[in-house]
Design a protein around this ligand. Structure first.
Ligand code: GRF
Length: 187
């Protein structure tokens, strides 16, 4: 049985889908939900699934507290699902090819510093692009530049707003993220 930890800063709708997907898995379990926000709704969702949670400050993250916790809990894979802080390099190095992120656009477009959440969808809208989507990728020291594992696209029409684009992207995330994680984990 592999142990997965989810790192999330916000609502955690993706985290919920992942917890739901793996709750009866014989291959992997969500052993921890960790957040830098003590009031993030993802913690509520973790409680619902009886998944232990852990909160930390940016300072504690940089001081290695999360890495220590992940090691204590014997975590094999780290899943970033809307985690907004920069991951310290020693943490990334501790999970080589074992740390996965989801980005709400078709990387390499709309990636990099400052490109997160609604800012991504606003940028897509103002570009006039006719498609957007999701990218699931490995995390390396270059953040949004790790190896791409999976992408799925959605059409953007003229009548779409950043909000409706976000809905389309979320639907793709909820449809695919857990399955893609599952396909990466070797027994
Ligand atoms: C998702 O769109 C994800 O791609 C991005 O942050 C958002 C998190 O949404 N990185 P939620 O908290 O899972 O609802």
């Amino acid at each position: 049985m592999k142990n997965l930890a989810i790192l999330a800063s916000g609502s955690g709708s993706n985290s919920e889908k992942i917890m739901e997907y793996f709750q009866h898995s014989k291959k992997a379990q969500i052993a921890l939900v960790a957040s830098n926000k003590a009031d993030a709704f993802v913690l509520e969702r973790a409680r619902k699934f009886k998944v232990p949670s852990f909160t930390f400050t940016r300072k504690e993250l940089d001081a290695g507290l999360l890495l220590q916790k992940l090691q204590e809990e014997k975590i094999d894979w780290v899943i970033l699902a809307g985690f907004l802080l920069k991951i310290p390099e020693d943490l990334i190095r501790a999970f080589p090819d074992r740390m996965v992120n989801i980005h709400p656009a078709l990387l390499p477009k709309y990636g990099g510093k400052g490109m997160y959440g609604s800012l991504v969808h606003k940028a897509v809208k103002s570009s006039g692009d006719t498609e957007t989507g999701i990218t699931i990728h490995m995390v390396n020291e270059q953040y949004d530049e790790g190896k791409i594992i999976f992408q799925a696209a959605a059409t953007v029409t003229e009548s779409d707003t950043p909000e409706t684009i976000a809905e389309k992207v979320h639907a793709l995330e909820h449809r695919y993220f857990a399955e893609v994680i599952d396909s990466l984990i070797l027994e």
